[in-house]
Write a protein that binds this ligand. Structure first.
Ligand code: GLY
Length: 441
């Protein structure tokens, strides 16, 4: 029996748990969550509910359950050094050490790595620890992006044209960021369409999974504040409607160079997921950021399609034998839509912000995948809490059918839910294609 520790409690980890349990190997799953996810708990042999900071408790749980290896879902435990801690206990992980997780946790580390090793994909950028020099740096730029040099749950990036208009406002945002974080990244803004390329890496070999497009904005038509991601889609041909074949190859090539560079730089092999947030521009593919884990929601698009045994993949990542595995995905389209409470993602001063727990009933979801995130299962039923509640995933031969399946399931859910009905629809996809046509000229 293979005894696996899974850390994380979101819908991303629910699909990871499901993918582990689909393995042909005899597995026992032990889950460490900071709040109970009923979907993960149902698939687990035992559960530890604790803060991801509590490495001693996690270590004890791992020892007691004779864990063979761990899989780390979210960024926080990576940033807390859980992989280093478990390594000292003799337990290997699918997930990078604290130092290598800087690929996500320090935007400056990643930008400097690309620059030092001459890897394409960087914008013009600089890191500032004070306001000195920012005005001069941004003066020649056509568009500006500012972001804290740290973890922000995907919500800290401020983009000119979207979140602010003028250069003075950019400086004002830098000031606010520097009040909370030690440094601020200031970058040239790219124009184009974004895609997520989640790559598996054993330190040497890098394998791309099908590209996915996420939707960060809260409301229909990409309006409203940034969220952790309201939903995502992928296509049956393992491309995206606005991408050329070489765009995905370019994203993979950058990631391969980064895996090599990170080894040269630190002497350590990166073992886990390198999720590149890329943007395809008029001049080719550029890097927005890396995450050191699967995407949420993007994991829900690709893991249900995985044909290769996930446990074999995890082992190959740990053992450095990924090159010997043929990693395959079903040729299906997927549409994932998160259902959320109405107040989710709104600024704290918005009259509808926040939410009290509300009861929901999820019944008729035949053929559709349902992955729990922020939900509470009580004796009298299922409650949404304050964040993204449930990822609903339609999987079909075409995008239209996958979208219809997801919408059909969402329509059958009873309760005060909200979601983005436009994700995966033809009209939104056509806009993306048109946008890219204009950009490519
Ligand atoms: N989909 C955004 C993220 O996982 O960070």
């Amino acid at each position: 029996m293979i005894r696996i520790l899974l850390i994380g409690n979101g819908a991303r980890e629910h699909v990871m748990a499901e993918t582990v349990k689909r393995s042909a190997h005899d597995t026992a799953l032990f889950s460490c969550m900071k709040s109970n996810n009923p979907g993960i708990a149902f698939l687990s042999n035992d559960v530890l509910t604790t803060s991801y900071d509590d490495r001693e408790k996690i270590g004890q749980f791992a020892r007691e359950n004779k864990i063979d290896f761990a899989i780390i879902g979210p960024e926080d435990p990576l940033n807390n050094g859980i992989v280093d801690f478990l390594k000292n206990e003799g337990i290997p992980s699918v997930g990078p050490t604290k130092s290598l997780a800087r690929l996500e946790t320090s935007k400056a580390f990643t930008r400097n790595l690309l620059e030092k090793y001459d890897i394409p994909g960087n914008p013009q950028f600089r890191t500032f620890t004070s306001l000195d020099g920012i005005e001069e740096f941004i003066a020649p730029l056509d568009g500006i992006v500012v972001k804290p040099d740290g973890l922000t749950g995907g919500k800290g990036v401020m983009v000119q044209g979207d979140h602010f208009q003028t250069k003075d406002e950019a400086i004002e945002h830098c000031k606010k960021i520097l009040e909370k974080y030690p440094s601020v990244m200031v970058e040239e803004k790219f124009e184009g369409e974004e895609f997520s390329l989640q790559c598996l890496c054993d330190g040497i070999t890098v394998v791309a999974t099908p590209p996915v497009q996420d939707h960060k904005r809260r409301f229909v038509g990409d309006k409203g504040p940034n969220t952790g991601g309201m939903g995502s889609y992928s296509l049956e041909d393992h491309s995206l409607p606005f991408l050329k074949k070489e765009d995905v190859a370019e994203g993979l090539a950058i990631t391969q160079m980064v895996a090599q560079a990170i080894h040269q730089e630190t002497g350590e092999y990166y073992k886990g997921v390198m999720y590149g947030g890329f943007i395809v521009t008029r001049d080719g593919v550029r890097l927005l950021e890396y995450n050191a884990r699967f995407g949420d929601p993007e994991a829900m698009n690709i893991l249900p399609l995985l044909k290769t045994d996930f446990v074999d993949i995890c082992r190959a990542i740990i053992d450095g034998t990924l090159k010997d595995l043929n990693i395959e995905f079903e040729k299906k389209a997927t549409v994932c839509k998160y259902i959320v409470p109405g107040g989710y993602g709104l600024p704290a001063d918005h009259p509808d912000a926040g939410s009290t727990s509300s009861k929901i009933e999820v019944s008729d979801t035949e053929g559709v995948k349902v992955y729990y995130s922020s939900v509470d299962k009580r004796e009298d039923g299922l409650y949404m809490t304050s964040s993204r509640a449930i990822g609903i995933v339609g999987i079909a031969d075409t995008l239209d059918s996958a979208e219809e399946m997801a919408e059909g399931a969402i329509a059958s859910i009873k309760g005060p839910i909200d979601h983005r009905p436009d994700i995966g629809t033809k009209s939104l996809i056509d806009k993306r294609i048109q946008h890219m046509k204009e950009i490519r000229g």
